[in-house]
Design a protein around this ligand. Sequence first.
Ligand SMILES: Cc1cc2nc3c(=O)[nH]c(=O)nc-3n(C[C@H](O)[C@H](O)[C@H](O)COP(=O)(O)O)c2cc1C
Length: 259
Amino acid sequence: MEFLDIIKTRKSVRTFDGRQLSDNDKTKLTVFIENTANPYGIPVDFVFLDKKEHRLSSPVISGETEYVALKVPKTPHCEEALGFSFEKFVLYAWSLGIGTTWIGGTMNRKLFEKAADTKEYEIMPIVSPLGYPSKTLSWIDKQLRKHVHGNDRLSADVLFFENDFSTPLKNISDSLEAVRFAPSAVNNQPWRVVKDGSRYHFYEKHMKSYNPNSPWDIQKIDMGIALYHFIAISGGNLEISDPCVKTDSDIEYIATVNV
Ligand SMILES: Cc1cc2nc3c(=O)[nH]c(=O)nc-3n(C[C@H](O)[C@H](O)[C@H](O)COP(=O)(O)O)c2cc1C
């Protein structure tokens, strides 16, 4: 499958068929973690957790036998780094027929933090079940997909701009199309991109409930996912150098990719 097809066909899997990951697949995933570096140079720790051994669960997940928890040192850009690194893993898993769901809310966080031996200097914002997708979806899976409009994405004209935020971009490249298909918390799709020649400035549109004092910003994880999709297809380089494009106060500059 082409990489863009992997991006476009991936879905959150919340209903699994009850099978344990095969030893072969587990080995592939474990080896792949070596390839999940991110351009921020921040190490992301993947901790595999057996569901039964640690008595783990999520109210929206069924049929799973295993989880992976993602930990990162609490440092500037740690959320984007985590988003970037874990999305690499998510797409690789999907290419092997293994399902995942980014879970940042619907879990007993204390239980997962303890199971993953989370230290004071770390945060563990995301866990995901790992397993083989069931052919049928559970009731809660169907309801949740419907509630967040999980199959829908915003159209390019409200996401991508040229030079400033008033001119929608006309030609949408595959790398921007890949951004559009990225998964995000509550399917909020916070990414906005302004093209300026060969430079693409990425911005986060904060949701209404955004609290700058919370221990981490979940939408910056979404931004890391979008940046991975864009860089994986365009081959561009990440820089952080705010071009000071005029924006609304709920829009924050995140990074620039030079292609
Ligand atoms: C950072 C992040 C956090 C998420 N947290 C949850 C969660 O707590 N529970 C859940 O069921 N889905 C969660 N999701 C999955 C999104 O709801 C899902 O990606 C979105 O609705 C789009 O659907 P899709 O992944 O099937 O394309 C999260 C996704 C991201 C990227």
